[in-house]
Design a protein around this ligand. Structure first.
Ligand code: SF4
Length: 400
């Protein structure tokens, strides 16, 4: 017999109806204090749940109707096609019931591939995570600030953050969003929305993942929301077990692209297979021969700086090659999309391609880099930043 004392949650497992009731009570209590409500929507499972549950509770008269309900869809331009298509269909239904739905895009220079290939910044990684804030959080914060100006007062921002049954076990997932089951960006919306702009509420904080899937597969469609496709994207009936992390296609920060791999098992989505080439492409781009390196870098006082020999931006050749590779991936996907009668998919659209080419022609580099630095594959003298002594010639073969 196990000596472990059961926790309160293990002794008492909440039902879906009880979870919805708790959401209803929290919305009655806190929602009523605000005239305007805003939902941060990414198309992932948790925010899809909030974006369809709250309007349905309003429609059914379970919670008070705010003066306005705005849905801000964070379009990173990196969504899985079925999720993107589903988000568009959900927003059509939301517009029908009077919600103000807006698509929030990052500024052109900050878009994922424009930043990478136009400016030369290497693909994001766990030690250099530039993407979430730039392509999701900052554009959303700007849209929220604009709404704050329009309303002239604070509003209530609703997010899809969940901690499930064990707050202790899952608390970090909510903010780091680096594990399966989490939704990239949601925890950050919750934590970084300035208090003077909006107060945040996570109405499904207490929901278990099985409730989310049940809602998306069965309950929301009854209300006219086509969210079955969200569940399909993560394995249909297996979605609960797969419990994939939701975020950009080919996310370089996840250990594997569970969502895409799961989707590819369905013959319906087999034409998305070329997207599996994204992660190997990022790995290749991070290698030294595709990057520049600063050597003998000095501080303003003339001393050798720390971090000697650090690798930096992508070379111009790597940037052109990388862009061509992504375009060839999307062309391969679009052969299948056209055959299936689905909308074409663009990771780099014509406007973004033109912006990348313009930035390359203008010799654009990240701050403190000029393009005159040596190729990171070339041998270099590694100097000790304290003594200034040479550590000997060194060839680097590993990516950074
Ligand atoms: S899903 Fe991955 S690539 Fe996309 S913003 Fe989040 S961490 Fe970055």
């Amino acid at each position: 017999m196990s000596s472990k004392t059961p926790t309160l949650f293990e002794e008492y497992r909440q039902t879906m109806t009880e979870a919805i009731n708790m959401t209803t009570v929290s919305m009655q209590e806190y929602g009523a204090k605000y005239d305007h409500w805003v939902i941060a929507y990414s198309g992932g499972k948790d925010s899809s749940c909030v974006a369809t549950l709250i309007p349905q509770l309003i429609e059914n008269g379970n919670i008070p109707k705010p003066k306005s309900l705005t849905v801000l869809y964070a379009d990173t331009r990196m969504e899985l096609p079925p999720l993107q298509n589903s988000a568009m269909a959900v927003m059509d239904r939301l517009r029908d019931i009077g919600a103000d739905c807006r698509v929030v895009l990052p500024p052109m220079k900050d878009r994922f591939f424009v930043y990478m290939f136009g400016k030369g910044v290497p693909p994001p990684s766990n030690t250099f995570r530039w993407c979430t804030s730039q392509i999701k959080i900052e554009p959303m914060m700007e849209a929220l600030a604009e709404l704050r100006g329009k309303y002239g007062k604070k509003f209530l921002m609703l997010t899809g953050v969940r901690v499930g049954e064990s707050a202790q076990r899952d608390a970090r997932i909510a903010l780091s969003c680096g594990k399966n089951g989490a939704e990239c960006g949601q925890g950050w919306f919750q934590a970084t929305t300035p208090e003077k702009v909006a107060d945040t509420l996570a109405p499904i904080l207490h929901w278990r993942v099985c409730f989310v899937w049940k809602w998306l597969r069965q309950w929301a469609p009854i209300g006219g929301f086509p969210t079955e496709r969200v569940a399909d994207s993560y394995g249909g009936d297996e979605a609960e077990e797969v419990n994939a992390r939701t975020g950009c296609v080919g996310c370089n920060l996840a250990s594997k692209d569970t969502a895409l791999e799961t989707l590819l098992k369905e013959p319906r989505w087999a034409y998305l297979r070329p997207l599996m080439r994204l992660r190997p492409l990022y790995a290749e781009l991070k290698k030294p021969h595709n990057r520049l390196r600063k050597i003998n870098e000095r501080t303003k006082s003339g001393a050798l700086s720390k971090n000697q020999g650090r690798m930096g931006p992508l070379t111009m050749d790597a940037r052109r090659w990388g862009m061509d590779e992504v375009i060839s991936i999307q062309e391969a996907v679009n052969v299948g999309a056209r055959a299936a009668g689905d909308p074409e998919y663009f990771l780099i659209n014509a406007e973004e391609k033109a912006a990348i080419e313009e930035m390359i022609s203008a010799n654009t580099w990240p701050q403190k880099w000029t393009g005159d630095e040596q190729n990171a594959n070339a041998p270099f003298d590694e100097r000790d930043s304290v003594s200034g002594w040479s550590q000997g010639s060194m060839f680097t073969t590993q990516g950074g």
